[in-house]
Design a protein. Structure first.
Length: 506
């Protein structure tokens, strides 16, 4: 039997990237066998048995000669069942059962069942983005098609089985390019109008949404901290197409289908979560909760109950908007531009400052409890708001209707309007302002400089804390429609540093 060579293009999965992989299939004389080389891991090595059965059960002939499959480049680790379909097509081309011209300008992904049907794979969106850059069509399982089709200007063909793929390549069965199913990606956020009272906390939530500022809510148990935090995504502007693609690319690493692609992520890890689960890691670097919260909200309930190491490791991502995971097998960079919202009790028993129950904690216990949040971490949290207990009269008041000015829909319009001002003025939202840009857009008058100088001295505010206060004041001015940051805006921003002003004794 003469030697025959075939080449099929596909994509590996490495972090949020999709490196190109060339599947080279060589069919030659010798003892029958199928060998896969090119740094395949166990699931890839096992594909030879899946491919053999899939070809036979799909009505194709499995060659009797020696088959060598090379996954190039050889130094790139290959994992998962995503290479089954390109390997099967390479064997068909090498054995003359499929013309090689049919594979031109196309890439293939998919795991094969023994019957020849295609199963969905993970991380198809990075592959779709890569195909767009080099103008190639992507053929993959039907279940992955709507997600991959989120990328505009790329042809996505969703198929159900190996015979259907071959029929399409031979122009026997036309298949319409897939389109994103946007109707299934509806946003459904809880309404802020459901929260009774807590007007200062609601105001802080509006400011946090407008400038994408980090927020810490502290108060006795049952005062509505979690309710308030869960309503923050509903105040944020809808995801842009670019942001939605970023979010979907990260989530596609762990799921082959997603139901909430167009929603702002809202991640709520348990306080027993490890540092690796929060920021990412593993022998093969994988994203953590902060990356899954990219362009959304990371809510840490009972924040002091997280380990000190887990909290401290958040400091760099809070500043840089990304996390770099380095392991022996390589380094991966994951985006992590999230909005942090924390919730905590004021003391170990939870009732410090409560008007209805007395605190049983000593000053030393309170100090140790609060010291679980380090000064550098608190410096990075722009708004620190007390959520006090409510009176029975407040709780028994009729619920606020959704058409009230405190409803999420109405407040979201204010957020969108203020963010447009920020984009027009500086090309970014206020939380992303550098130190130089901050003092340009927050030029203070003499009265304002005197106010901030006195406050900094009294509260012992660090330089980073001062920058955070100025960013919040700029956001408050944007909500008020003011071109300049004035004393009332600075005064309100200073009021939201409440933990800086409280002593451990109350």
């Amino acid at each position: 039997m003469p030697s025959t060579l075939a080449q099929v293009y596909t994509r590996a999965n490495q972090g949020i990237r999709a490196p190109a992989v060339s599947v080279e299939v060589h069919l030659s004389q010798g003892l029958p066998g199928l060998n896969i080389v090119g740094l395949p891991e166990a699931a890839v090595r096992e594909s030879k048995d899946r491919v053999r059965s899939a070809l036979i059960n799909s009505g194709f002939e499995f060659p009797d000669g020696r088959i060598t499959v090379n996954l190039a480049p050889a130094d790139l680790p290959k994992e998962g069942g995503r290479f089954d379909l390109p390997i099967a097509l390479g064997i068909l081309v090498a054995s003359g059962q499929l013309p090689g011209e049919a594979l031109e300008d196309r890439e293939f992904l998919g795991e094969l069942a023994l019957s020849g049907h295609l199963r969905p794979v993970r991380a198809v969106l990075p592959a779709s983005l890569a195909c767009k850059d080099i103008n190639r069509a992507l053929i993959l399982p039907e279940q992955n098609a709507s997600v991959a089709a989120m990328v505009s200007s790329v042809t996505i063909i969703g198929t159900r089985s190996l015979p259907e793929v071959c029929a399409f390549l031979l122009d026997k069965t036309p298949i319409e390019p897939a389109k994103p199913d946007r109707n299934s990606f509806k946003t459904n956020y809880p309404d802020l109008a459901d929260v009774r009272g807590q007007e200062q906390a609601k105001r802080a939530l509006l400011i946090a949404a407008t400038g994408s500022h980090h927020l810490l809510l502290f108060g006795p148990p049952g005062t509505g901290k979690t309710m308030l935090a869960s309503r923050l995504p509903g105040l944020l502007p809808p995801l842009t197409e670019s942001e939605a693609l970023d979010v979907a690319a990260i989530h596609s690493l762990t799921s082959s289908s997603m139901d909430t692609l167009w929603q702002r992520p809202f991640r709520t890890p348990h306080h027993s979560s490890s540092s690796v689960s929060l920021v990412g890691g593993g022998s093969i670097p994988q994203p953590g909760e902060i990356s899954f919260a990219h362009h959304g909200v990371l809510f840490l309930d009972e924040m002091p109950e997280f380990t000190r190491a887990a909290l401290e490791i958040l400091r760099e991502p809070l500043e840089n908007g990304e996390v770099v995971i380095t392991r022996a097998k390589g380094q991966e960079r994951f985006p992590a531009r999230f909005q942090l919202v924390g919730a905590m009790n004021p003391c170990p028993c939870g009732y410090l400052g409560d008007s209805q129950r007395s605190c049983q904690c000593s000053p030393d216990q309170i100090r140790r409890y609060r010291n679980k949040l380090s000064g550098p971490l608190l410096d990075r949290i722009d708004l620190q708001i007390e959520v006090p207990s409510q009176t029975i009269q407040t709780m028994m008041e009729p619920a606020v209707q959704n058409n009230d000015e405190t409803g999420s829909e109405q407040l979201r319009e204010l957020v969108i309007k203020a963010r447009k001002k920020q984009q027009a003025r500086q090309g970014k939202i206020n939380c992303q302002l550098s130190s130089r840009e901050l003092f340009e857009v927050c030029a203070l008058g003499e009265k304002e400089k005197e106010l901030i100088t006195r406050a900094s001295a009294q509260l012992q505010i660090s330089t980073r804390g001062l920058h955070r206060i100025l960013r919040v004041a700029r956001t408050i001015a944007d909500l008020a429609g003011s071109a300049s940051v004035l004393s009332p805006h600075l005064g309100e921003a200073l009021q939201y540093r409440q933990l800086d002003r409280q002593s451990p004794g109350g």
